[in-house]
Design a protein around this ligand. Structure first.
Ligand SMILES: [Zn+2]
Ligand SMILES: [Zn+2]
Length: 428
């Protein structure tokens, strides 16, 4: 059988994971049938899962120099966010952390974005969306939000890095098909095993990652998608009336997160081409990112952060599409009441059903306990789904940025390697 330590070596022919076969004292590739002498492999031979370098290139953008006329700079001394405006608008409180004492400082210059998506949604639309967002939440504490908070919502251009790249990926799988058959009185199962390999190319465009430490990645991911076909070259007029957040996370800082999203989606896309099997197990995969390009952009977000019971809760709206997100505090008293109420109603319905189905006056104790357990589960599920609607979620894939029709299989091989038979029942 395969030796655990040696199994991780890669086949020099096809890249598949190799196994050591004791009977022939050789490394064997089940994907292309090649055999290799042990002496061919040493410490430096490529191993499955070795990290491949990914290459990203970044354009050098324009700068607005320190001291430019009319420009103002604000720094939040609580969270460190630095924002710039053209003087038409001041910052009354920090949109990221809700700190009300935000100070004007000397304008130190700003790197101008290569492109910008201008605001489409007005302040009034943002305020309406915010009121609507809060009103639908059953577990929100009553005194959390007051009308005058809604006034304070601010339009912020959030700095963004957009990643374009080509991907070459390959993956190796073990797949099985099972069927049962009769042999006289006996039932048997036939298991056919296959070694499956796939290689594919695909392209991603404008995979976004924000360049702001203060902007939580979950919020930005929840606000996606932006319509990036509407990106236009930066012009100073677009900043007018809004705050522009200076980036404090470089493209280098966010690269790993983007790589991971692209890798996850690429693996899934390739996996989806393995069809016609009862079960498929991934043995190894190798995703390489080529000719990567990074651009610096600014995206519009309406934002407001409220401090409540010692924690920050941010409401954010996509300034282009109107999509909203946010974290909201959960009122534990309300959650408990919702749990009890849902469970009691579910129990009453279940008992009534049991009564009519069995048409008897005395329902057994087991039916009672069973119904009670089901009722508690229904109550628990109701509360946790209400809670889930109150937090934003971090994205781990990049499917919507996969360029349509760019996915192409460059190699595929489905190889039958073994058939086993197993008696299920019957006979002696
Ligand atoms: Zn091979
Ligand atoms: Zn702040």
């Amino acid at each position: 059988m395969a030796d655990d330590k040696l199994q991780e070596y890669q086949c020099p022919n096809c890249g598949g994971p190799l196994e050591f076969h004791g009977d022939v004292q050789k490394m064997v590739c089940v994907y292309c049938d090649a055999q290799f002498e042990m002496s061919q492999f040493n410490q430096n031979s490529p191993k499955v899962g070795d990290e491949q370098p990914t290459h990203w290139e970044q354009a050098q953008g324009q700068q607005l120099e320190a001291g430019a006329a009319g420009m103002k700079e604000f720094q939040c001394n609580a969270c460190g966010a630095v924002m710039v405006s053209d003087g038409q608008v001041g910052a009354t409180e920090c949109p990221y952390c809700g700190n009300p004492a935000i100070l004007e400082s000397t304008f130190e210059g700003i790197n101008l974005p290569d492109g910008i998506i201008p605001f489409v949604k007005s302040k009034q639309e943002a305020q309406d969306a915010m009121s609507g967002y809060y009103s639908g939440k059953k577990l929100l504490p009553n005194n959390f939000i007051s009308d005058n908070r809604v006034e304070k919502i601010q339009g912020v251009y959030v700095p963004f890095w957009l990643f374009d790249c080509d991907v070459n990926g390959s993956a190796f799988y073990r797949a099985e098909n099972r069927r049962t058959y009769s042999k006289g009185e006996e039932r048997w199962e036939e298991i056919k095993e296959y070694a499956v390999s796939r290689s594919a190319v695909m392209r991603y465009e404008k995979v976004p990652a924000d360049g702001s430490k203060e902007m939580k990645d979950e919020y930005m991911d929840s606000l996606e998608p932006y319509d990036f076909s509407k990106i236009i070259p930066y012009q100073p007029a677009y900043f007018s009336g809004y705050l522009a957040n200076k980036y404090d996370e470089s493209a280098d800082d966010v690269k790993e997160r983007v790589n991971r999203r692209i890798k996850n989606t690429s693996e899934q896309q390739i996996r989806d081409t393995v069809r016609g099997y009862d079960s498929v197990r991934t043995e190894s995969s190798d995703i390489r990112i080529n000719s990567g390009k990074i651009r610096y952009c600014m995206l519009p977000v309406w934002m407001l952060t409220t401090r409540w019971n010692g924690a920050n809760y941010t409401f954010a709206m996509n300034g282009q599409t109107g999509k909203v997100t946010g974290d909201l505090p959960v009122d534990n008293g309300k959650a408990t009441r919702m749990f009890l109420l849902t469970s009691v109603i579910a129990l009453a319905i279940l008992e009534a059903l049991a009564y009519f189905i069995f048409c008897q006056d005395e329902i057994s104790i087991f039916a009672l306990i069973g119904a009670a357990v089901i009722a508690l589960i229904i109550g628990g599920v109701t509360v946790s789904s209400a809670k889930a609607s109150m937090v934003s979620h971090l994205k781990t894939e990049a499917k919507e940025f996969l360029v349509k029709d760019s996915f192409r299989l460059t190699a595929q091989n489905d190889r039958h390697i073994d058939t086993r038979h197993r008696k299920i029942s019957g006979g002696n």
